[in-house]
Design a protein around this ligand. Structure first.
Ligand code: GDP
Ligand code: MN
Length: 387
């Protein structure tokens, strides 16, 4: 789960990570009031969307009056902001964030990620702040420091100082950075984060080290331990199909192709995506309905698949182990009637109650292309879209 910058700064602030003082606003009037409440001659006003690249896209501005805050908010609120991370449709700005402006002397990059190879949380740091880290990695990889943290020791002060020196920090900034990184690491571990990215981390003209931007992603599997963080979820920023799938406890991921796939078991789902690609088409999604899905859950999954306008054909590939093929067939038939199925449907099923399942499909009057095995199913579904 991702959260907005202003929320990330609130979370980090609670752990003692230095962030500028700020206030979110949902209307132009609130933005003007927030400027006055900050009580500073200058402020930065920033569009809040779950995407980076806002600066270059005109979503971040230095302002010097409540009127400017109101104007900026009026111009951006309710409209999509297109950045290189949002795709061409952009993301609708529903809030702006006002914070005290900082005078920037240096921009650095600081991130914490889960490094699976090292089986640890790793610090990613670079002197090239304010730029995309992917770009830095492609052009000047030597400017990126990667340093895994020993999970038993945690973020040791010597390690934090070593990174500070590598970033060219001096004197008081070294201690400030070490304290900041220690707090950031604690925040990462204690919130079950999967990524924290501070880009840029800045040294101000007055020599303070603070986070000007903040992004946090949380591990969904850890969210049950953090009801306060779960509250920060913004459904507007999420794929509606994924939100709907989560309601039914379906594991669904939106992809770019046009073959809707409904499968039980993550391994079979991956294999199905592979074989669809092998026969020359692209899956529109990953969808694992799980082992013990009932007819209702199957119907929900089927509706979610078909609500995607790009889906030109559906492939159901199910192995009936715990799941029974007749239950699956009933769910599919119910959903197909409800949504008036208008794209080709290829079904391959095997296992428990497969005969009953096939009978239910055959008797339903719904146009189903039945397949003998997985390869046959993939070939037929790809053919059905004229490839
Ligand atoms: P992003 O473009 O979505 O990553 O948004 P950021 O929060 O990183 O802001 C973009 C850029 O605006 C930063 O890289 C900074 O250069 C600049 N910026 C943001 N806040 C301030 C500020 O308080 N003072 C100054 N001088 N620049 C700022
Ligand atoms: Mn940024």
């Amino acid at each position: 789960m991702n959260i907005h910058e202003f929320q990330a700064k609130q979370v980090l602030g609670r752990f003692g990570v230095p962030v500028p003082k700020g206030q979110p606003a949902a209307t132009p009037e609130e933005a003007a009031a927030a400027f006055r409440a900050l009580g500073q001659p200058k402020a930065v006003i920033k569009a809040q969307i779950h995407a980076g690249g806002r600066g270059k896209a005109g979503g971040v501005k230095l302002i010097g009056s409540a009127d400017e805050a109101r104007e900026f908010a009026a111009r951006l609120l309710g409209k999509p902001l297109v950045t290189h991370q949002t795709g061409p449709e952009g993301r609708v700005v529903r809030r702006v964030y006002l914070e005290e402006a900082s005078q920037v002397a240096r921009e650095l990059y600081l991130g914490l990620v889960i490094d699976r190879k090292a089986a640890a949380v790793a610090v990613i740091a670079s002197t090239e702040g304010g730029m995309e880290i992917e770009e830095v990695a492609a052009r000047t990889p030597e400017k990126i420091i990667t340093d895994p943290v020993n999970p038993l020791l945690g973020m040791a002060p010597f390690q934090a100082r070593r990174i500070a020196f590598a970033l060219g920090l001096k004197d008081k900034q070294v201690g400030q950075f070490a304290a900041l990184l220690g707090a950031l690491y604690r925040a990462f571990v204690e919130t079950d984060a999967s990524l924290i990215e501070i880009n840029p981390l800045v040294v101000t003209a007055a020599g303070r080290v603070i986070c000007l931007d903040a992004k946090i992603s949380f591990d969904d599997n850890g969210l049950f331990r953090h009801p306060d963080i779960r509250e920060l979820r913004d459904p507007n920023e999420e794929d509606p199909a994924e939100t709907e799938a989560a309601k039914y406890d379906l594991s669904y991921v939106h992809l770019d192709g046009n073959i809707g796939c409904m499968v039980n078991g993550a391994g079979l789902a991956m294999a199905t995506m592979d074989i669809v690609k092998y026969y020359g088409a692209e899956p529109a999604n990953f969808l694992d309905v799980g082992g013990g899905a009932d007819a209702q859950k199957i119907a929900a999954a089927f509706r979610i698949l078909l609500s995607d306008a790009r889906v030109k054909a559906v492939l159901i590939n199910v192995f009936g182990g715990i799941m029974q093929c007749d239950v699956l067939a009933r769910g599919v038939v119910d959903a197909a009637r409800e949504v008036k199925l208008s794209v080709p449907l290829v079904v391959r099923m095997e296992g428990t109650n497969v005969k009953e399942g096939k009978q239910i499909l055959a008797a339903s009057g719904i146009k189903v292309i039945t397949a003998n095995d997985m390869a046959d199913a993939a070939r037929r579904v790809v053919e059905s879209i004229g490839k």
